[in-house]
Unconditional design. Structure first.
Length: 317
């Protein structure tokens, strides 16, 4: 009887102890869970997100920036502007493990595909605003509003969101130094004051890169001179002209983006061979994919510097 009583007492003590330990662990787990989140502010207000998200779905187009900051997304909309089903070539390695969910400038969101990826954090831009409430039911959703033309501000906005501002500042400093050095080498070859113009031809339209994309890459990053009569870019929309308008922008060097039919139409026009840069054979034709997208991507810009570096090395050998 004494042994039975002792066994009961010991059993009770064990259970009390176990419950106490369980409550303690539960409290610790809850504290850990609480410490594993943080509050950020997006354009809608405060949002609680994981401190270190593991399964990010990015619909905003900042997947490449996230990769540079140390985050690999499981879903991305950084697809090619001319084929939404594939990644642009300069992102094939960076985002090789991410599922393509569409295009970042489209407001269409495949909710089922997002759910299937089991995200712990979703990033969108105001382009996908209409899906914000539905996405917020899936996982913590942050909505960003990007600048029309300031890619560095956008880069730092994402870095602030992810609490990686120091990493971003160092990356930008390294990039700017590399771009400046390569730009100086280009100017040695073409002339300090030689002007450069980057255009996209589409049918008979000529889109002019000036304040964003390949325009800011040429004029701000590389420090190349712009033609005096090049129109200023006011927003995300590229200034547009026609063949005759192009002939009035007197650039020493031309970089032309387009597709095969666009090049054929351009070259068959009566105006094209009379353009000074064409007469002097100081122009380069490159495919619209991937180069149109590339100027809007930090990874793409870095890849462009590497391409120019390779070209410079081949010329100076």
């Amino acid at each position: 009887m004494k042994k039975s009583l002792l066994a009961i007492v010991l059993a009770c003590l064990f259970l009390v102890s176990a419950v106490g330990c369980s409550n303690s662990n539960s409290t610790e787990d809850k504290t850990a869970d609480k410490e594993a989140t943080r509050t950020v502010t997006d354009i809608n207000g405060e949002v609680t997100i994981p401190a270190e998200p593991k399964r990010i779905v990015d619909l905003s187009g900042c997947s490449d920036t996230l990769a540079l900051l140390g985050y690999q997304v499981v879903g991305t909309c950084n697809s090619d502007a001319y084929d939404y089903t594939k990644l642009p070539s300069y992102l094939e390695d960076t985002l090789k493990d991410a599922k393509i969910l569409g295009y970042s400038m489209s407001n269409t969101v495949n909710l089922e595909a997002v759910i299937a990826l089991e995200p712990d954090m979703i990033i969108i831009s105001n382009v996908q605003e209409s899906s914000y409430d539905q996405l917020s039911e899936i996982a913590s959703t942050v909505m960003l509003q990007f600048s029309d033309m300031d890619w560095k501000a956008d880069f730092m906005q994402v870095a602030k969101l992810m609490n990686r501002e120091d990493v971003a500042k160092q990356w930008l400093a390294d990039y700017e130094a590399k771009a400046l050095a390569i730009g100086d080498e280009v100017k040695v070859l073409i002339g300090e004051d030689a002007t450069c113009l980057v255009i996209l031809v589409s049918q008979e339209n000529v889109f002019l890169f000036e304040g964003a994309g390949l325009g800011s890459f040429a004029y701000q990053d590389l420090g190349l001179a712009r033609p005096e009569n090049l129109p200023n870019q006011e927003n995300v929309t590229l200034p547009v002209t026609n063949y005759e308008g192009l002939s009035k922008i007197n650039a020493d060097y031309l970089v032309v983006l387009g597709g095969p039919s666009d090049f054929e139409r351009l070259e068959s026009s009566a105006i094209w061979p009379k353009i000074p840069a064409v007469e002097k054979k100081q122009y380069l034709e490159i495919p619209q994919s991937p180069y149109f997208n590339q100027g809007y991507s930090p990874v793409g810009r870095l890849a462009l510097l590497d391409e120019i570096r390779t070209a410079l090395d081949s010329v100076t050998k």
